[in-house]
Design a protein around this ligand. Structure first.
Ligand code: DLL
Length: 457
């Protein structure tokens, strides 16, 4: 067992299969492996300070808390967080650009922004201490995937205002990795760089990683003998079937990591290799709650609900109880990997991405799950909702694998009908399936857009 080396591509999968997690380093182990009572002690101490800091420095929160009759001294236990107001993305839009900043611009050293779906951007600012904390969180999560200081890491997230690019960049550098700031796009060049520079770690959205994989294959690149060993994904939901497919076709081990601009960016939580469908939350920096999206009340322990996050030591823009709209459940059971930080289930759906089709609730992730069970189709799909004769009409475009593609009309129609039936069985509402020829669904270099809702509002 001890002769396995997790920096060797050939050994890393075996180490995971043998569950030899002692071979994977744990950075800052004293915090990541602390007892629950120690974690809660750190959280309470930080929460009290953070609420005081926010009240004293952000007029928006001071006015709101005064109106609610809550003061920072009311925070005596972690449960007292429920006395505080929630924050939603709307507030960041309304106070754009700097209304929620707690420090003068002189103390801000970097800005990031997210465009969201409505077009009005939100902007966040980081102080030097924020950047330090952020890099620290990233350095931790990349190590969960077995990244080590000697790795060569190639960035395929976009840089610019997107939080993913620079976030991962600084954290990997903090660990000591050599960063290749390639950015997203120019896919053939990415493959050439992996080979030329001996890249061992690739950072991308899972959609873009899939595309890089396909382009490599079409160029005749042999992923099995490529130096690449680890994929660091995030920024969008990553269905288990997609991760497994990328891992087997690219011969790498991939982790899927979660975060959001308003809270810090990537670094909020990261997948360890012991539980491939969960991510450890950096609980010493982010206090989590899971609430009922309709009532805002806490759900029972371990139940699914909306994740609410409060950064515990952010200086630039210290949001309180941020409503992520992401649906998950959290467990505080210690993990086989040695970490004790709580684990959240991978986010597959948001409370605001539910489609109501002729009165029935449909989550895109349900469609994704059905498609992932069908051998003949690729992970690429697109959902279109329209109004036809005054009624909602749901169309699912799914791309056929080259080896399953046939000129026979009968065969293709039979496949289409069987997918329609499977979808109907799960969604309880009819969907029209369109089979798209191999390569026919548009590829993305960033986050995939799987749904077009073209209904008149
Ligand atoms: O996407 C942060 C990030 C970048 C995380 C790169 C990891 C790697 P935003 O652009 O603000 O920030 O989008 C945040 O994206 O509320 C989730 O709905 C979704 N999201 C992010 N990561 C994941 C993930 C970044 N691993 C929003 N799984 C979040 C599922 C994710 N959804």
């Amino acid at each position: 067992m001890t002769d396995l080396d997790i920096t060797k591509k050939k050994d890393v999968k075996q180490a995971i299969e043998k569950r030899a997690f002692d071979l994977f380093p744990i950075y800052r182990s004293e915090v990541e492996c602390a007892s629950r009572s120690d974690i809660e002690k750190i959280q309470l101490e930080k929460l009290k300070k953070q609420v005081r800091y926010t009240y004293d420095n952000v007029k928006y929160y001071r006015d709101l808390m005064d109106e609610m009759g809550v003061c920072p001294d009311d925070i005596k236990t972690l449960d007292d967080i429920r006395l505080l107001p929630f924050t939603d993305k709307e507030v960041l839009r309304e106070t754009f650009p700097y209304g929620l900043f707690a420090v003068p611009m002189d103390d801000i050293i970097e800005l990031h922004a997210s465009s969201g779906t409505t077009g009005q951007p939100i902007v966040v600012g980081y102080t030097r201490a924020d950047m330090d904390m952020w890099s620290e969180c990233i350095a931790r999560l990349v190590q969960m995937a077995g990244v080590v200081p000697t790795d060569i890491a190639q960035m395929a997230f976009g840089y610019g205002m997107f939080t993913g690019g620079f976030g991962l960049h600084y954290g990997l550098q903090r660990l000591g990795c050599a960063m290749i700031p390639a950015g997203s796009g120019n896919t053939e060049r990415h493959i050439k760089m992996i080979e030329d520079y001996g890249t061992t770690v690739l950072i991308a959205t899972p959609s873009y990683a899939m595309h890089i994989c396909e382009v490599g294959e079409s160029m005749g690149y042999d992923w099995a003998s490529s130096p690449l060993r680890v994929g660091l994904f995030g920024g969008e939901p990553c269905p288990p079937s997609l991760k497994a497919e990328i891992e087997s076709r690219m011969h790498i081990v991939c982790t899927d990591n979660y975060g959001l601009t308003e809270v810090v960016g990537p670094g909020v939580s990261g997948e360890c290799l012991a539980h491939r469908d969960q991510q450890h939350i950096a609980e010493d920096h982010f206090l989590w709650e899971v609430v009922d999206p309709d009532t805002g009340e806490a759900v029972a322990d371990g139940e699914v609900g909306e994740l609410v996050l409060t950064p515990l030591d952010k200086e630039g823009i210290p949001v309180l109880r941020y409503r992520t709209h992401d649906l998950t459940r959290v467990t505080t059971e210690p993990c086989e990997c040695g970490r004790t930080m709580a684990r959240m289930n991978k986010v597959r759906s948001r409370c605001d991405d539910m489609l109501i089709i002729r009165g029935t609730n449909v989550f895109p992730s349900q469609i994704e799950d059905v498609l992932s069970t069908i051998d003949e189709v690729t992970p690429h799909y697109h959902i279109i909702v329209r109004t036809v004769n005054g009624m909602d009409s749901l169309t699912v475009q799914t791309e056929i694998r080259p080896e399953a593609f046939s000129d026979s009309f009968e065969e293709m129609t039979a496949l289409q009908r069987s997918i329609e039936e499977k979808l109907k069985g799960v969604l309880l509402v009819g969907a029209k399936v369109e089979l798209i020829e191999p390569g026919g669904i548009e590829r993305t270099m960033g986050k995939a857009k799987h749904v077009s809702d073209e209904r008149a509002r």
